[in-house]
Design a protein around this ligand. Structure first.
Ligand SMILES: C[S@@+](CC[C@H](N)C(=O)[O-])C[C@H]1O[C@@H](n2cnc3c(N)ncnc32)[C@H](O)[C@@H]1O
Length: 361
């Protein structure tokens, strides 16, 4: 009998210990924001001489790089073990640790899918003017293994990006304003609380509704908040009471988002399987009918075999639309429009109409 793990909880303790109690192949996604090992020494001063509250926490201290590597290998190994076969992992870090983590991840057999740059328009300046302003962090997205069938909601991400393919550089401000958790004296509760938008992109792109997301370095629970908003489950592991308390309070006030199309991955639904030939046979299109680009600048005539022709050139709707666009390939269903019952409609909608009517015109 597989052991059932409890969902939507925060487990207090060292993730190296706690992860050992998880069964193999039990989580869909890991998001890990581990200690950076910043190696900061002394007080950081702003240009006006005031002190800057950087990452100087005890949880970020390691004896040396070997101790950090040793720790990283252990938690990454455990995360790999608990990930499902087709699961994936996102790890975030800065220049101090991300190269070490990437190297270890490759050695452990994770398969890198992308490295994403979190570009911070409101990054902290380099106060001393001794280096460039460090204005980004890096996320490494990996599947459990090279052949894993990892999850990617390509169309959903395109949709939220104004119908353009989403790139691997994300402009997201650091966590400030109402989102930043503060104590009663107005001090930040956590030095490295991540912006919700970052976790939104991560979880929305690589999970489905109901999936289980594990965060072994939960901090103030940003991962749990977004998982809950998107109808996913979470398990957070965190050592510090103050962070657990802040995360719990935060999670208790979170509701499911209202955009059910995003939550339900509606944009990922495969279109009904109808070919042009099938639409001709069913009477939604006819041989000799003209298909047009949306602006009617280009047109092609439907052939009996479901291809289209322009003069002597005959091809599929995909190849014909690619030729009009001067590209090597294109999706013709998204390109062509036609007259249907007195209206100018995109041919894609005829597939849905045919499907809805069970094939009857
Ligand atoms: C970079 S912060 C994560 C911040 C979090 N993503 C957020 O948005 O609030 C790393 C967290 O890991 C916790 N931590 C460090 N080592 C740990 C360990 N071995 N087990 C569990 N938690 C640990 C620290 O207390 C810290 O809160």
């Amino acid at each position: 009998m597989p052991i059932e793990i409890q969902k939507d909880i925060i487990l207090k303790g060292d993730c190296l210990e706690i992860l050992k109690s998880f069964p193999d192949n039990s989580v869909d996604l890991v998001f890990a924001d581990p200690p950076y090992n910043m190696q900061t020494e002394g007080e950081l001063l702003r240009t006006d001489g005031s002190s800057f509250n950087g990452v100087t926490d005890k949880w970020d201290k390691f004896e040396d790089l070997h101790a950090y590597d040793d720790f990283s290998i252990k938690w990454l190994q455990e995360c790999k073990r608990v990930l499902k076969k087709d699961g994936a992992i996102w790890v975030i870090g800065s220049f101090q640790n991300i190269f070490r983590l990437g190297y270890i991840m490759q050695d452990l057999g994770f398969w890198i899918l992308n490295d994403v740059i979190w570009s911070k328009p409101n990054a902290v300046p380099n106060f001393g003017g001794t280096r460039f302003q460090n204005s980004h962090e890096t996320l490494i997205w990996c599947s459990k293994s090279k052949n894993a069938k990892y999850h990617f909601n390509y169309k959903t991400m395109k949709h939220i990006n104004g119908d353009k393919q989403m790139k691997s550089v994300w402009d997201i401000g650091i966590c400030i304003g109402n989102e930043r958790l503060k104590d009663s004296d107005g001090r930040k509760i956590h030095s490295t609380q991540k912006p919700e938008q970052l976790l939104y992109n991560v979880i929305l792109s690589s999970t489905e509704k109901g999936d289980l997301v594990l965060d072994p370095f939960f901090g103030t629970g940003t991962t749990g908040v977004i998982a809950k908003r998107l109808g996913r489950h979470y398990i957070g592991i965190e050592r510090e009471d103050a962070y657990i308390e802040a995360a719990t309070k935060r999670l208790n006030s979170v509701q499911l988002d209202l955009d059910t199309d995003l939550i339900d991955n509606t944009y990922e639904a495969k279109p009904p399987r109808y070919s042009i030939k099938k639409l001709i046979d069913l009477g939604f299109l006819s041989v000799g009918q003209m298909l047009y680009s949306k602006d009617k600048k280009y047109s092609a005539e439907i052939c009996p075999n479901g291809n289209v022709k322009v003069g002597d050139f005959e091809a599929s709707i995909h190849k014909a639309s690619a030729k009009f666009l001067n590209r090597s390939n294109n999706n013709g269903w998204d390109y062509f429009w036609c007259e249907y019952k007195g209206n100018f409609v995109d041919i894609n909608s005829l597939r849905y109409l045919a499907d809805k009517k069970g094939g009857l015109k």
